[in-house]
Each structure stands twice: as C-alpha cells, then as structure tokens.
Write a protein that binds this ligand. Structure first.
Ligand SMILES: N[C@@H](CCC(=O)N[C@@H](CS)C(=O)NCC(=O)O)C(=O)O
Length: 212
C-alpha cells in the first residue's frame, strides 16, 4: 500500500497516473498547496523540500519525494513501463529532460502567462519562447515515433507519463497543439488510456482532460 501525498498539479498527476497504470493500491492524502499545507510539520517529515508529490510505502517504510525518483522507484519495483538496454537510458534521458526543463520552465510560464499576465513582458517573452522551444524539441523527437523511448516506434513508459501532465496544460501555456502535430497525436493517444483518465482527477476532479 502506497500513501500518496499530492495535489491537482502536473507533478502530482504523474504519480497518480503511474499508480493507476500499475494497479497498485494507494491511499490519497490531499496536500492543498493553495493553503500552504505543504509547509505543515507532518508533511515536511516526508517531503523536506515542501513540494508535492511524495509517497510512503507502508510495507518497507520507504519515503520518497521528487516525482522523477518516485517514478523510477515504482516502475523498477514492478518491472513495468520501462525500456531495456540503451532505450532504458533514452527513457531516463527524457525523464531528466522533463524534470530539468519541461516542468520547471512551463511552471514559470504558468506564473507569467496565466497568473501574472502584464507584470513582466521580459518574463512573458522568456518563458513563452522557451515553452515554444521545448514543444518543438518534443515534436521533433516524436517524428516517426509513437512514444518517447523504446525501439520500433517506442513503448509507453514513465518518460511519457512524466511529460504528459505538463502538456495537458497547453492552454495555460498559450500553446496551439495543432502546430505541434506529433505532440498532439501523442497527447491524444495517451489521453485515451483509462488509467490516465482516472489519475488525472486525483486527488479531486477539476476539469475534463483538455482537448486541442
Ligand atoms: N521537482 C519536484 C517539483 C515539485 C513541485 O514543484 N511541486 C509543486 C506542485 S506541481 C508544489 O508542490 N508547489 C508548492 C510550492 O510551490 O510551495 C518534483 O518533480 O517532484
């Protein structure tokens, strides 16, 4: 049994989607980051960086923060949603790309293009341009591939599950997904998965999965 500490954000949804895909039992503990619950002393014992998501595995007592580490741990433990050989490293490469680039940059884009529009034209241009660049990189990578890693067109892995919830906020990022057709097709294919549809609404329903 996994205790999942999460909120309705892309980083949180990565883990609920993975747990749904794995079919692993888990108990959801909502941490409302709009009410600063991520700073509570109880949560800080599990996640000292005061960010969701975090997990506790009851059987082993293992506590983990950082969505990338959680995804690697769970997928390796269950031997699923992984690649082999060099493609394992391709998967890790793109997981790191998401953790170091797509997530942090698009997070800034949400701040400056959605929540604080008009406050800084410099930041709007910087993060808007970077968002376009990152989508173009993913679009080129998905040319002639169905999934981010794996041979022969790719296989659905944690690299896809890590990137997908960030792309699901394309409207917040002022991205027209139709201008990145490979990303759009990849996004729509993953959106059809029942586990993604359930995991998207953890810890609670906010909206239907956005459609381009
Ligand atoms: N690198 C971390 C980032 C986690 C993160 O930024 N979580 C956000 C929600 S998506 C959060 O908890 N924010 C709370 C805050 O900014 O205080 C991960 O991937 O787990």
């Amino acid at each position: 049994m996994i205790d999942l500490y999460t909120w309705t954000t892309p980083n949180g949804r990565k883990i609920s989607i993975l747990l749904e895909e794995l079919g692993v039992p888990y108990k959801v503990h909502p941490i409302d980051i709009t009410r600063n619950e991520q700073f509570s002393p109880e949560f800080l014992k599990i996640a000292p960086n005061n960010r969701i998501p975090a997990i506790v595995e009851r059987e082993t007592g293992i506590q983990l923060m950082e969505s990338g580490a959680i995804m690697i741990y769970l997928s390796e433990k269950h031997g699923r949603f992984q690649c082999e050989g060099i493609e394992y490293w391709r998967m890790i490469e793109w997981l790191m790309w998401q953790m170091g680039g797509l997530g942090p940059m698009l997070g800034q884009t949400h701040h400056f293009l959605r929540y604080n529009k008009g406050k800084s034209s410099y930041a709007e241009k910087r993060y808007g341009d970077e968002t376009q660049r990152l989508y173009a990189v993913l679009n080129t990578h998905l040319d002639e591939r169905d999934y981010i890693a794996g041979s022969n067109g790719g296989t659905y892995t944690i690299a896809d599950m890590a990137c997908w919830p960030w792309v699901s906020r394309f409207e917040w990022q002022q991205i027209d997904l139709n201008t990145f057709p490979n990303v759009r097709d990849w996004y729509l294919q993953i959106a059809e998965r029942p586990a993604v549809q359930v995991g998207y609404s953890v810890p609670k329903f906010t909206t239907d999965i956005p459609m381009p």
